[in-house]
Design a protein around this ligand. Structure first.
Ligand code: PLP
Length: 374
């Protein structure tokens, strides 16, 4: 079986280096907020091209910490998409803010700037004022920041980029994570930069914001044992930081390999009924996921499973239709029709850097035979 994602293969490919880094962290005798984390934060900041990175427990906490750092919580509405990992919306609610979900552009699956423009101009009644927007760089492709950034500026709302699926993606040559007031990353094991456990980070340019977020991640301590405000405990531990330092060195090469695999799939799919993903102009897509689309999605998924090829659906149920959110979550008055169609049609093919050429060929051959029989 070829898995859709394979974090174990990611470990085995770098086992010697990772084992050495873990041993170094364990031998140091210091396990939380130490030299490994400081080094990783500096290295990751330099790699993205931002002045500061603050490590934290996971990508969900990263979003909540970024929002809280920017002063957003109860009494604020935060706009995001319904077509995302539920984590994006859960993080907004963790802060006490009110999420407002809007639709996606059906071609690229990222926030529809026309919907954003509409809710900023005419917010649905009964909601607190809109104070922030969280676009998601979904599947590894930058959201339409050319239109989203000016809208946020015009309306004076904060912009937090959810980069959990897009480490290293670029728009006009500039890496995502550098466009907003803050950007958040997840290091969940299957992400492009994955820890071997949980991890996350916030990237910011304002040093005062960096300091505030660093305090919020540890009980609100600006100085040891003195809580100036109420914080949480959400730290990236030394072992995970040491592992991430190893993996960061290989990330550009691994992202290039993902793009190569994506190219092979796109060629195999040609213009058949299983439609390949489309890229925006002037972006570097980092293919966290390779997401195809077809009205016959379920049939294709079953046939691929029979052929020994694992797939995934990201995501089968839009956030606004999930049991915990349906009926109570604030939605754009126009609804999220494109999100609902996408949820029925998307299918993610296997993609991770360690897929061998032979495995890629196997997947391509299976796709071509499916499309022939279609
Ligand atoms: C993975 C993910 C998150 C959450 O990250 P965790 O580390 O699992 O908390 C948030 N947003 C998006 C888009 C994600 O893919």
């Amino acid at each position: 079986m070829i898995q859709q994602a394979n974090p174990g293969a990611g470990y085995r490919a770098l086992k010697a280096e990772i084992d050495q880094a873990v041993a170094r962290a364990l031998s140091s005798g210091w396990y939380i907020l130490g030299a490994e984390l400081r080094a990783f934060e500096a290295e990751f900041a330099a790699w993205i091209g931002v002045p500061a990175v603050i490590g934290c427990g996971n990508g969900t906490d990263a979003i909540a910490l970024a929002l809280r750092g920017l002063g957003i919580g109860p009494g604020a509405t935060v706009v995001t998409v319904s077509h995302t990992a539920v984590a994006t919306v859960a993080a907004i609610e963790m802060t006490g803010a009110t999420p407002l979900l809007i639709d996606i552009d059906p071609v690229h699956y990222t926030m529809d700037p026309a919907a954003l423009d509409r809710v900023l101009k005419h917010p649905p009644s009964g909601l607190p004022p809109i104070r922030a927007v969280v676009p998601v760089h979904l599947y590894g492709q930058p959201a339409d920041l050319d239109r989203i950034v000016p809208l946020c500026r015009e309306h004076g709302v904060a912009l937090i980029e959810d980069c959990a699926q897009a480490h290293g993606a670029r728009l006009h040559g500039q890496r995502v994570g550098t466009f907003g007031d803050a950007a958040t990353f997840s290091f969940y094991p299957t992400k492009n930069l994955g820890a071997l456990g949980d991890g996350g980070a916030v990237a910011v340019s304002d040093p005062r914001l960096a300091e505030r977020i660093a305090a919020l991640r540890q009980y609100g301590w600006h100085k040891h044992y003195i809580s100036d405000e109420v914080g949480v405990n959400s730290r990236l531990d030394e072992v995970q930081a040491a592992i991430l330092r190893v993996k960061l060195v290989h990330l550009d090469t691994q992202n290039a390999r993902r793009a190569q695999i994506a190219g092979a799939y796109t060629t195999a799919l040609a213009d058949g009924p299983l439609r390949p993903p489309r890229q925006r102009d002037d972006v570097t897509h980092v293919f966290h996921l390779y997401v195809t689309r077809s009205a016959g999605r379920d049939r294709f998924q079953a046939a691929l499973r029979t052929a020994g090829i694992g797939t995934g659906i990201h995501y089968p149920v839009p956030v606004h239709l999930q049991p915990a959110y349906a009926g109570r979550i604030a939605l754009d008055l126009a609804g999220c029709p494109q999100t609902e169609i996408a949820a029925r049609e998307v299918l993610s093919l296997p993609i991770y850097p360690e897929l061998t050429d032979a495995e890629v060929k196997t997947v391509c051959a299976a796709l071509q035979s499916l499309l022939r029989d279609h």
